[in-house]
Design a protein around this ligand. Structure first.
Ligand SMILES: *[C@@H]1O[C@H](CO)[C@@H](O)[C@H](O)[C@H]1NC(C)=O
Length: 350
């Protein structure tokens, strides 16, 4: 094992003395879309500029069946115009891009290089070939999100993996609110695979509850896929539905109480006056009625001595009794006067 490690260390690209290539072995590719095959290589010869290196990608079965070549005439009809090298050959970069992928383009494909120094400086890296695994349908984006709480910042992440970093898929959201913030992140996953990520941030409101959040992934070549997430917005604990009516009721009661107090204060005086007027009238009335009774029948019961006098005087009228009868006649006048006075008093206060 140590021997193997040493061998690996000595044959590493640092020494650049070997014909080596590092190519992804298998790649999931989307039919109709594109794929980028990461590839690096080293060779034992001196530095060569890009133009001096003849790079070829060919079918593993036959190095003459070329899917990419600097010379277009050498390229298989099926692959003409669909393949190109992305990196710089002088840097040892043999990355291949293929567009408009057809479901029979599965490979395996191998890299070969030729240096213009002689017949022996040609090398096909047939032990480092790539195989395409065809995806007839695009992968669905994956949605992950935090708990949505009303009025608190909320983020939902949409991500999709792909193998075409030269034409990345576009992620879009169904929400078109200006307050929403969308952050796009493109990152490398394992060798040959990439992840496109879109992070949507917003503050959910009550109206967002039970709404659908849709993330759509549009791949190069026109293929699309989407994932729907139902948003459930947790309400923040508030007691407004209790507080508001309570405050309204207390407020109304308070205003009514103040109004009543003012009304009572304003009219208490007059009510008292009315009551006192009533009282004086009652007193006078009762005094009057007592006086009337005392003149008519009262004396017979109240004062037997008086009754005797009256009887005797009735039988034998004397000139002395005249003033008494005069007094008696004056009494109703007195009463009338009182009544008038009371009436005036009452009306005066109304
Ligand atoms: C090779 O070239 C491609 C395209 O320019 C680039 O994305 C990639 O990082 C390069 N690879 C290395 C190992 O430098």
């Amino acid at each position: 094992m140590i021997f193997c490690l040493l061998l690996a260390a000595f044959s590493s690209p640092v020494f650049a003395g070997e014909w080596t290539a590092n190519v992804v072995k298998e790649l999931d590719v989307l039919v109709q879309s594109c794929a980028v095959v990461p590839c690096t290589f080293t060779h034992p010869k001196e530095y060569h500029p890009d133009s001096a290196i003849n790079a070829i990608w060919h079918l593993k079965s036959d190095w003459k069946k070329r899917i990419y070549s600097d010379a277009q005439r050498d390229v298989l009809e099926n692959f003409k115009g669909r393949t190109k090298l992305l990196g710089h050959l002088s840097d040892g970069n043999c990355t291949l891009e293929m567009i408009e992928i057809k479901d029979h383009d599965n490979g395996p494909f191998c890299f070969r290089m030729e240096l213009p120094t002689g017949s022996i400086d040609k090398f096909s890296f047939v032990n480092h070939c790539v195989m395409f695994k065809m995806l007839p349908n695009p992968p669905d984006p994956i949605l992950t999100h935090s708990t949505a709480i009303q009025g608190r910042p909320f983020t939902i992440t949409c991500s999709v993996t792909h193998t075409c970093p030269s034409h990345v898929p576009e992620l879009t959201w169904n929400r078109a609110t200006t307050d929403d913030v969308v952050t796009v992140v493109h990152k490398k996953n394992r060798f040959g695979y990439w992840e496109m990520e879109s992070i949507l941030a917003f503050t959910p409101e009550e109206k967002d509850d039970h709404s659908e959040i849709i993330c759509t992934a549009a791949f190069f070549g026109g293929r699309k896929s989407q994932t729907v997430s139902n948003l459930y917005v947790k309400r923040t604990d508030n007691y407004n539905h209790i507080i508001v009516p309570t405050v309204a009721v207390i407020g109304t009661a308070g205003i009514f109480a103040v109004f009543c107090t003012l009304m009572v204060k304003r009219y208490r005086k007059r009510i008292e006056e009315l009551q006192s007027a009533d009282g004086s009238m009652w007193n006078r009335m009762s005094r009057l009625s007592r006086r009337i009774r005392s003149h008519v029948s009262g004396p017979s019961r109240a004062d037997p001595r008086h009754a005797n006098q009256k009887v005797s005087k009735g039988r034998f009228p004397s000139p002395k009794s005249q003033p008494k009868s005069c007094n008696y006649r004056q009494d109703p006048d007195d009463g009338d006067d009182y009544m008038n006075a009371v009436d005036n008093n009452v009306y005066g206060n109304m």
